[in-house]
Design a protein around this ligand. Structure first.
Ligand code: FAD
Length: 398
C-alpha cells in the first residue's frame, strides 16, 4: 500500500477534474493528487460526447450554465489554439419543423441575442443554401458553434498537469473516506491518501462520492440518460454547419442533431434513453443499485405524469432506427435508415432534486470539500470556466 500526502485531492479525472487540475497547477497550487477509478482517462462522459463547442443559446442569462458556457467557449478556443488541438467553427442552424415550434424558436433567438451571440434569422432560401435536403421554412444561425475532440483536450490537461507536478492515480476507486480533524484520509484502490481539501468531480457517481465524504444524504440523485449515435454516409450532407431541432423547453436535452466531426465523420444523435446502469454502455445493461436509485426519486414519476406517453416512449426507445428517422426527417429528408451504422454512445449524469431535473450546473461546498453535483452538457465546452467557479468556491474555504 502506498501513501500520499497532499493539499488538494480531486476525485474524478474527467474533463472537469482534468481542467481543474490543469488550472490549479498553472496558478501555482502545489501537492495536488487526482484520483480516478478507471485505468485510464476518457472512459465515461468526456470520452463519449458529441464534441460540440456550444455557444450558450439555450441557457437563461445569468445562470451558471450561461456564464460558464460563454466564458468557457472563449477559454476552450484559446486552449485549443495554444496546444494546436484540431477544431472548427462552422456555426449551427436551429430549424423549426413547423409553425408549432415558431414561438420557441423565437424565444431561443431572443435569448441568443440577450447573451451577446451573433444570431441571424434564416428563411427557406437561406436554409436551402446550407443543404438542399433541409426541411423547414424558419430557423436561425449562430456563428459561435464549433466541433473538437474532447478526448484530446483531456489528454492535454493531464500531460500539462503532470509536467507541473500534479499526481494522477488511476485504477484507484474510492473505498473509504475518513474525516479527520484537519482534512481527510482516503482509501482509493490500494493507496492511502491524506489531504486537507477534497474536490468531488466524479460525474455519474458524484452523489455517491458526496455521501461517502460528508456522511450526509446527497441533495441530488443522479439519473443516467443514455445517448446513442448513428453514423451517416459522409457525402449525404453538403455542409459542415451543425443542424439542431428546436428542443422541448421543459427537457434538458437538445434533441437529435446532425454534426460533422473534426475527422469528417457525419453523425446523428444523441437520443435520450433512460438507463438502468450508470456505466452500462453495451446494449441493455441492468445494475440493481442504479435501477433502485432511479426509482428512489419521484422525478421519473413526475416526468411520466407531466409528459404522458410521448416522452416516456422516447425514454425507452433504445437504438431505435425508426425513432431516429422520425426525429431527423423533421429537418433533413436525406436520412436513409438503411444506410446508417450504429456508432458510439454515452451516458449523461443528470442530477435530480426534490422530484425535478436540475437544470443548472450545481456546485456545493461542505466544510473542506467542494462537490460538483450537476455538470451535464455543455460542461465539456465550459470546463475551464467551471474550473474557475470551483476555484472561487475553494478559495472561500481557505
Ligand atoms: C451523449 C453525450 C453528449 C454530450 N455532448 C456534449 C457536447 O457536445 N458538448 C459539451 O460541451 N458537452 C457535452 N456533453 C457533456 C459532457 O461530456 C459532460 O458534461 C462532461 O464530460 C462531464 O465531465 P465530468 O468530468 O464531470 O465527468 P466524466 O467525464 O464522466 O468523468 C468523471 C470521472 O470520475 C471518475 N469516477 C467516478 N466515480 C469515481 C470513484 N468512486 N472513484 C474514483 N473516480 C471516480 C470516473 O471514472 C470518470 O473518469 C455530452 C455528454 C454526453 C453523455
Amino acid at each position: 500500500m502506498s501513501d500520499y500526502k497532499s493539499e488538494i485531492v480531486i476525485i474524478g479525472c474527467g474533463i472537469i477534474g482534468g481542467a481543474l487540475s490543469y488550472k490549479l497547477a498553472k496558478l501555482g497550487y502545489n501537492d495536488i493528487v487526482v484520483i480516478d477509478k478507471e485505468n485510464t482517462i476518457n472512459k465515461h462522459q468526456t470520452g463519449r460526447n458529441s464534441g460540440v463547442i456550444h455557444s450558450g443559446v439555450y441557457y437563461p442569462k445569468g445562470s451558471l450554465k450561461s456564464r460558464n458556457c460563454i466564458d468557457g467557449y472563449n477559454q476552450i478556443i484559446g486552449f485549443l489554439d495554444e496546444y494546436k488541438i484540431p477544431y472548427k467553427i462552422p456555426g449551427k442552424l436551429i430549424v423549426a419543423a413547423d409553425e408549432t415550434e415558431y414561438d420557441e424558436l423565437e424565444r431561443l433567438y431572443q435569448n441568443a441575442l440577450d447573451v451577446g451571440l451573433q444570431a441571424n434569422h434564416m428563411d427557406r432560401e437561406d436554409i436551402l443554401k446550407i443543404d438542399p435536403n433541409l426541411v423547414g421554412d424558419k430557423g436561425f444561425f449562430v456563428k459561435e458553434t464549433g466541433l473538437t475532440d474532447y478526448k484530446k483536450v483531456l489528454e492535454k490537461f493531464v500531460d500539462v498537469g503532470k509536467e507541473l507536478g500534479v499526481q494522477y492515480l488511476f485504477s484507484s476507486p474510492i473505498k473509504e473516506i475518513t474525516r479527520m480533524d484537519k482534512g481527510f484520509q482516503i482509501r482509493a484502490g490500494n493507496q492511502m491518501i491524506s489531504t486537507k481539501y477534497l474536490i468531488n468531480c466524479a460525474g455519474l457517481q458524484s452523489d455517491r462520492v458526496y455521501e461517502l465524504s460528508t456522511g450526509l444524504k446527497s441533495p441530488v440523485t443522479i439519473i443516467p440518460f443514455k445517448g446513442e449515435y448513428f453514423k451517416v454516409p459522409k457525402d449525404s450532407y453538403n455542409s459542415d454547419v451543425a443542424i439542431y431541432p428546436v428542443p422541448n423547453p421543459d427537457f434538458p436535452f437538445l434533441g437529435v442533431h446532425l454534426t460533422r466531426m473534426v475527422d469528417g465523420t457525419l453523425k446523428v444523435g444523441p437520443n435520450a434513453v433512460l438507463s438502468f446502469s450508470r456505466e452500462g454502455y453495451d446494449g441493455f445493461e441492468f445494475n440493481l443499485r442504479d435501477a433502485i436509485s432511479n426509482f428512489s426519486t419521484p422525478t421519473l414519476f413526475n416526468i411520466a405524469k407531466k409528459y404522458k406517453t410521448i416522452v416516456v416512449k422516447e425514454l425507452l426507445k433504445h437504438k431505435s432506427k425508426s425513432f431516429f428517422e422520425e426525429s431527423v426527417k423533421k429537418y433533413w429528408n436525406n436520412f436513409d435508415r438503411e444506410s446508417i451504422i450504429g456508432y458510439t454512445c454515452g451516458i449523461r449524469a443528470q442530477a435530480t432534486e426534490k422530484g425535478k431535473l436540475v437544470n443548472d450546473f450545481k456546485i456545493v461546498c461542505e466544510n473542506n470539500q467542494v462537490h460538483v453535483l450537476n455538470a451535464p452538457s455543455p460542461a465539456a465546452t465550459s470546463c475551464l470556466s467551471i474550473a474557475d467557479t470551483i476555484i472561487n468556491e475553494f478559495e472561500n474555504l481557505r
